[in-house]
Ligand binder design. Structure first.
Ligand code: ZN
Length: 326
């Protein structure tokens, strides 16, 4: 048994993980006042789960940050105060246990691959931003230092809008297929067309919230459907690119925005199918992620098990075959 820790912008979730099952799940609000206070909050929930579930063999941690994987150090962290923190050492000292740290989107992709029993998988998470993870032979692809697979920052239009992420580029996928991008477009359209349904849905902050745009699209509002069409088209362009580069067996779409998939998924798949190389496209399955709310803790736990399994070589060879986790 290992512990999976999912540090989000609003809450910390911890569970005992065996295989792809999570038990004894506990949550605590993320403390954002300082790194030490945040780590105290993490320690509190971890100790609570250890009291109930027993001592784990290792701890895996997913954070919404860029991680230097070899050292477990947070390189950049926009939404939680961990930039520069040696997270692996800090938590390892608090618990006297082996700790491994990764980006949360990498953890979600690893969970999805192991839940589905797929060894070749690409996943994108559509939320406030666009995250992504690439699983090759059952293990996470990270690039040279652990900072790779930033799938949301692929350019889909060189003259597009500024990327809303911590990124100097224009026209990234995140500039089209994120919650921030949808709110930006809906707000602009509402201001341009004061008689529109979207203008009626402007909030007291002068912006159209993503859920308001989704509600308008569900009611058949033409402006809202136009914005969703653009979202779906850009997503399809992104999927075609990822399929051509990685040729995964499975392409998963997760994140909070995937709950509105009835408004974009069919159209995105149509666009991707018209653009991806046919020999690759006919061999890939595209589907919504199964992992759900527990994907973060499960993925962090799977990572810890892969990194610290007692017989590391056996675990590694198992993970490279489909049968290994079915
Ligand atoms: Zn970007």
């Amino acid at each position: 048994m290992v512990l999976g820790v999912d540090v989000g912008g609003t809450k910390v979730a911890v569970a005992a993980v065996e295989g792809v099952s999570a038990a004894h799940m506990a949550e605590h609000p993320t403390v954002l006042s300082s790194a030490d206070a945040l780590l105290d909050g993490v320690e509190h929930v971890v100790r609570q789960v250890i009291r109930e579930a027993g001592e784990p063999a290792a701890i895996g941690v997913g954070v919404p940050s860029q991680i230097e994987f070899a050292t477990g150090t947070v390189v950049t962290s926009v939404n939680i105060p961990l930039t520069g923190v040696s997270l692996r050492d800090e938590l390892g000292q608090r618990f006297d246990l082996p700790v491994v740290v990764d980006n949360d989107a990498n953890c979600a992709a690893l969970a999805e691959a192991h839940i589905r029993g797929e060894s070749q998988l690409v996943m994108i998470t559509l939320g406030t931003g666009v995250g992504g993870g690439v699983v090759v032979d059952g293990r996470t692809f990270r690039g040279a230092h652990g900072l790779g697979a930033e799938l949301g920052h692929m350019t889909v239009n060189p003259d597009g809008p500024p990327c809303p992420g911590n990124c100097p580029n224009h026209g990234c996928l995140e500039a089209y297929c994120s919650g921030q991008a949808l709110e930006r477009d809906a707000t602009e359209l509402a201001r341009d067309k004061p008689d529109s349904t979207l203008a009626d849905r402007l909030g007291s902050d002068g912006r159209v919230a993503g859920r308001e745009l989704v509600a308008a699209a569900e009611q058949g509002d033409r402006d809202a459907l136009f914005l969703m069409e653009n979202f779906a088209r850009m997503l399809g362009i992104g999927i075609a690119n990822y399929v051509n580069i990685f040729e995964p067996a499975h392409f998963a779409i997760g994140g909070g925005l995937s709950r509105a998939s009835h408004l974009f998924l069919d159209r995105a798949i149509q666009e991707a199918g018209a653009r991806a190389l046919p020999a690759l496209w006919k061999r890939v399955r595209v589907a919504l992620a199964r992992g759900g709310a527990e994907a973060g803790v499960i993925g962090a736990g799977v990572l810890a098990a892969l990194e610290f399994a007692e017989d590391g070589d056996t675990a590694r060879s198992k993970a490279t075959t489909r049968e290994g986790y079915e």
